[in-house]
Design a protein around this ligand. Structure first.
Ligand SMILES: Nc1ncnc2c1ncn2[C@@H]1O[C@H](COP(=O)(O)OP(=O)(O)OP(=O)(O)O)[C@@H](O)[C@H]1O
Ligand SMILES: [Mg+2]
Length: 370
């Protein structure tokens, strides 16, 4: 197998876009050659949201959405080839994360832990003519892990530095950290909400999909009572390995906390408090690690207000965008799934049990041949 090009497809919980990264992986080189973000059509966003929230699901609609997303993912993969000089025959594999519909890792209340991603990989392999690797999370869950986060092994491969303790923080819908002690992976877990509550609150009150640069949050004032109410959630105190999602941290969760407080807090101050919640929960989660350097990736890297709060909490430790290490903040997650497909295609493990809690190293995903 001597092809070295891989395509990673990632559609996260924010439902903003399908991220596509065309990457080159060899033993010596990891590079992102091209990146595109294909916005998710509103209709699809709303269908995904419905399935993510509703308790009762129409199985036919869900199965149809699986195919619709498979076609969209195929379009996204073919789109990136079109804008480069590469042909499908140049690509070793596509690594497709899929769209998470529900993530229920092990807990006292769950007898049958699972993580469900859709976006039919058969359709992707058939439409693109490229071998497609998907379903990365479930083997790790079967091995007793959380199935998440899966990016720490990629962060370790690309961002570790022999003499430094580095924390890599991805702020998507939810936030996850990777702790790198020199070249060793010291940990990796979800810290809690990233942008999801910020997006949800501003959508509810200003009908905007996200708080551009964090301007709305930045103009308000943190409500300390609300902040401590939110931080009292058990998840923040739980020991890792741990992973989370919309099943816990959603607008209903926030509304319940607000009701409990029984005060009428100005909407903008709630937004500021949510921004502070993301920053503070990240800081608290990794305070024992004593990082020399903290790097931010994911869409949250564009939120100036959030970034300022992180800098304040970590001072005097420097907090920088991952751009300092030569990669764009938005490219990392999709590149990680391209890399996971590279590992699987070569029969290599990549679940990093120290972060997922699985009982051992596993090769992840299923291969759908071209
Ligand atoms: N200019 C900006 N200002 C403020 N927030 C931004 C800006 N650009 C992006 N974002 C935030 O980033 C989010 C998208 O981030 P990203 O794509 O990393 O998350 P995701 O799709 O949930 O991915 P994943 O689950 O893989 O981490 C948006 O929903 C928004 O909240
Ligand atoms: Mg996204």
């Amino acid at each position: 197998m001597n092809k070295s090009l891989y395509i990673g497809l990632m559609s996260g919980t924010s439902l903003d876009a399908i991220d596509v990264a065309l990457c080159r992986f060899t033993e010596k080189d990891t590079s992102i050659i091209e990146f595109q973000a294909l916005p998710l059509p509103e209709q699809i966003q709303s269908e995904i949201s419905t399935f993510s929230h509703s308790k009762e699901i129409n199985i036919e609609l869900l199965a149809a959405l699986d195919i619709k997303l498979g076609r969209l993912f195929s379009e996204a993969a073919l789109g990136i080839l079109k804008s480069t000089s590469y042909d499908r025959t140049d690509i070793a594999a596509i690594g497709s994360h899929g769209q998470t519909i529900r993530h229920k890792p092990k807990s006292a209340e769950t007898t049958f832990p699972f993580s469900l991603q859709i976006g039919d990989p058969n359709t992707i392999a058939e439409t693109t003519g490229i071998t497609t690797i998907a379903d990365f999370r479930r083997r790790d869950i079967a091995a007793g892990g959380e199935g998440a986060p899966l990016v720490p092994a990629f962060h370790q491969a690309v961002f570790s530095s022999e003499k430094l303790r580095r924390a890599i923080v991805n702020i998507g819908g939810f936030a996850n950290v990777t702790l790198l002690d020199g070249n060793r992976l010291a940990g990796g877990f979800d810290t809690g909400p990233g942008n999801s509550l910020l997006d949800g609150w501003i959508m509810q009150h200003l009908a905007q999909p996200f708080d551009s640069n964090g301007d709305w949050a930045g103009g308000g004032k943190v409500n300390e009572d609300l902040l401590s109410g939110l931080l009292s959630e058990e998840y923040f105190l739980k020991k890792e390995p741990k992973s989370t999602g919309k099943e816990l941290f959603n607008i209903e969760w926030l509304n319940t906390k607000l009701q409990k407080l029984g005060k009428d807090i100005p909407k903008q101050n709630v937004q500021s408090t949510l921004s502070e919640l993301t920053a503070k929960s990240i800081r608290m989660a990794i305070s024992d690690f004593n990082a020399h350097e903290v790097y931010i990736c994911g869409g949250g890297a564009h939120n100036t207000d959030l970034f300022d709060r992180l800098r304040k909490h970590f001072a005097p430790t420097k907090v920088e965008s991952i751009e300092k290490l030569g990669f764009e903040a938005d490219h990392i997650e999709a590149a990680a799934f391209a890399w996971l497909s590279y590992r699987t295609l070569h029969g290599l493990t990549c679940n990093s049990p120290i972060s997922t809690g699985a009982s051992g190293d596993r090769i992840l995903g299923a291969i759908f041949q071209a």
